[in-house]
Write a protein that binds this ligand. Sequence first.
Ligand code: PLP
Length: 357
Amino acid sequence: MSRYWSSVVHGLTPYVPGEQPKLEHLVKLNTNENPYGPSPRALEAIQAATGSTLRLYPDPNSDALKAALATYHKVRTDQVFVGNGSDEVLAHVFLALLNQDQPLWFPDITYSFYPVYCGLYGIQSKLVPLREDFSIRAEDYLPRFNDQAGGIIFPNPNAPTGCLLPLAGIERIVAGNPDVVVVIDEAYVDFGGDTAIALVDRYPNLLVVQTFSKGRSLAGLRVGFAVGHPALVEALERVKNSFNSYPLDRLAIVGAVASVQDEAYFQENCQKVVATRQTLVEEMGQLGFEVLPSAANFIFARHPSYHAMELSMALREKAIIVRHFRKPRIDQYLRITVGTDEQCRILLDALAEILGG
Ligand SMILES: *Cc1c(COP(=O)(O)O)cnc(C)c1O
């Protein structure tokens, strides 16, 4: 606290990211990073760009990346917005599109950055409870005569549950809310969902946000993007150009373009994670865990006879880090990133030992 702070700063509750420990030799399964490296072609492109051109500002519009993403997703370049990770894209989305008179609707259990942005921008929110089984019920997001959202946002698959709402449910929500923007945060869609980008040409109120951090193994490069109607993209550009007109640096642009162009590596990488997830879910089940159906690169699991907090501390003593949230409804769950087969083996052996001892 300081008397020099503005009243906005006094009122903020910042997001607390998963720990990035400086220790090596940890089995780090707490922040949903991809266990495999980025595309070798992305690394080569980044290397090739580390010359004297770094003295020059990057392209303020990241045209090469927008063109690559437009081609990949079969949309026009004026339907694509890019930013430094999807967290930055989301920040612009909250200010440009979700800051309305009516409250923003999102699930009671979801990505914890949403309430943080509401606090930063002074946006009222309404928490919509997930079903008992942690799935999203599309009907809960339809307007009623005296209850109308100012905007709607949720991840699909949802975080930290991993549960997927099929595209028909997304379309129901988008079609049922023609007067407000519906934002689908697809950070994990590469591991089992169908992207709602297929719907953007039919619904001018739909914005889909994706990231290079999970499926494309580029969390350290900070690249995210949004796809939607050109009018929504224009709103984002207006905010971005009032804040920082050179968002993506030269290395990020070339690395992201090369990643998009290496489809074979991307598919193989995602399939490996999905295969490991399947084994992990089965073996966790054998240890007595209840695991929610996951379409993401993490699982959300509880053990009926052990406290999640104690399990996470016991794992930490064995140099394995997983994520535990001290929040209502989910404080008995652990969120565990799908690592390599070897990392998952170490985790399962450690859990067997903890439960047995
Ligand atoms: C990881 C994640 C993001 C942020 O990704 P970055 O592009 O790395 O900023 C956004 N939304 C959800 C739900 C995530 O899990």
